[in-house]
Ligand binder design. Structure first.
Ligand code: PLP
Length: 453
């Protein structure tokens, strides 16, 4: 296995990093700079990022050379690329390397050219996009589909198109930024419920309905939480929605295709196919391309999404190639071959979690393509990420605003094609880095934090 450690740099010595200031601070501190000069008032933020970069603890914006495989070449800013084990890319079923997916891209490029040349409403819709809508509808048991240029656009577009200023949103405390920002943009009536806590959802719905019987309520959750690797009780949430005249939206960005019978995700494993009100997702985690979708059963809702979701109406549609790649990936994910790839992926998840657990680390959630390793402090996540990059093991250290303050972690993402030897070596180096960095164990039940700042 190729795995080339990077030479030692004294500026990156964990023993002296604390004194450098590079382990202090967080993005929340720089969120609201004051002053009239819009272009220069971010100077303090820039200086803080540069300080972190100098000491090797700014892990963002690195460059991936070549495809996002289990082994990859990664270059930090201004540095030569290093080749090593890659737990930082999203290609859960390893479909980005699949010959049928490549062939689909080649054919679409040849037949329809490289771009969509218009929004979905203005001749940007290709026959690949139509076939993709049909296939997604069959997989989800919902036949009203709207496609978006990204998953972010689908989440933001769905909420802002459907929810009015007088309506209400009840949203999980750890929902993705695209969902939280969509809710904040749609209405001031946003209530945040404790992560996965259906009793709290019931309490909030009852409170809203006690004073407002006429406006709509959207309950927003995820099939598999992207930083916590856990899932809500979808049948119960949908039941509560029915009871209180609310509508459920489930973001399945991380589970559709990668988990569940036939690749139907957590919606399928909880027997909710065709029963959840709105299912939205992204193609960028499992379906080897950018793009997103919103699915439901009501033509009236589809019409609203087409005409009032800004990123559908006013942004160029998925390119024919992107739609063809998503379609080819979806067909593989839904096939017997997909069952085999999901089994490989899940075996990898169980194995990696066991290896990390045996080393004394705390993995959040349950077996899935996402393996979040708790560090708690931002400083520990930064140092562990730096030590791992030095060993050419690529993970994503995640801190605010990706997760709440004080709930930092390393997020490892698995692929079906990670090999057992890569998992063993990766786990041993992750454990070593976390121990040296002083990664903590949670002092409270993880997931009970909220976003501040
Ligand atoms: C839960 C969730 N929803 C939506 C998105 C946005 O998807 P995309 O990155 O494909 O735009 C993400 C991306 O990470 C996500 O994790």
């Amino acid at each position: 296995m190729q795995n080339e450690p990077i030479p030692f740099d004294p500026a990156r010595d964990p023993a002296t990093l604390g004194a450098s200031g590079a382990l202090d601070g967080n993005v929340a501190l720089y969120a609201q700079p004051r002053g009239p000069d819009l272009l220069r008032r971010g100077g303090a933020l820039d200086a803080w990022v540069q300080l972190r970069a100098r000491h090797g603890v700014w892990p963002y914006g690195r460059v991936l050379e070549g495809p996002p495989g289990p082994l990859a070449s990664v270059a930090a800013d201004g540095e030569a690329p290093a080749r090593g084990i890659n737990f930082a890319s999203q290609d859960y079923l390893s479909l980005a390397a699949h010959p049928e997916v490549h062939e689909a891209a080649r054919r679409a490029l040849h037949d329809a050219g490289p771009h969509s040349a218009g929004s979905a409403v203005l001749l940007g819709t290709s026959r690949y996009a139509r076939a993709l809508e049909q296939a997604l509808g069959e997989l989800l048991g919902l036949d009203q589909l709207v496609l978006f240029p990204t998953g972010w656009a689908a989440a933001f577009g769905a909420i802002t198109a459907l929810v009015h200023a007088h309506d209400h949103v009840v949203i999980d405390a750890l929902a993705h930024a695209s969902l939280r920002q969509g809710a904040a943009c749609a209405t001031r009536n946003v209530l945040v419920h404790r992560h996965l806590d259906c009793d709290h959802v019931r309490e909030l719905l009852a409170r809203i309905r006690a004073s407002d019987a006429v406006n709509a309520i959207l309950v927003v959750t995820e099939g598999l939480f992207s930083m916590d690797a856990d899932s809500p009780d979808l049948p119960l949430l949908q039941h509560l929605c029915r009871e209180y005249g609310a509508t459920l939206l489930v973001d399945v960005a991380h589970d559709l295709g990668a988990l569940g019978p036939g690749g139907g995700g957590v919606v399928a494993s909880q027997r909710m196919l065709g029963k959840a009100d709105i299912v939205m997702g992204s193609f960028s985690k499992t379906f080897a391309t950018n793009g997103g979708f919103v699915a439901c059963a009501q033509p009236a809702a589809r019409r609203r999404l087409q005409l009032y979701a800004g990123p559908h109406m006013f942004s160029n549609a998925l390119s024919p190639m992107q739609a063809a790649v998503a379609l080819a990936s979806l067909r593989i994910a839904a096939s017997n071959e997909g069952d085999g790839l999901r089994a490989d992926l899940l075996r990898n998840a169980v194995e990696l979690r066991a290896l990390l657990g045996c080393s004394g680390l705390h993995c959040l959630g349950g077996p899935s393509p996402i393996v979040p390793v708790w560090t708690g402090s931002e400083a520990a996540a930064r140092v562990a990420g730096m030590l791992l990059a030095r060993d050419a093991v690529f993970v994503n250290p995640v801190e605010f605003p990706g997760v709440p303050l004080g709930a930092a972690r390393l997020r490892l993402q698995l692929m079906a094609q990670h090999a057992p030897a890569q998992l063993r070596r990766g786990a041993s180096l992750v454990a070593n880095a976390c121990n040296r960095a002083g990664a903590g164990r949670p002092t409270h039940r993880p997931g009970q934090e909220r976003y501040r700042g």
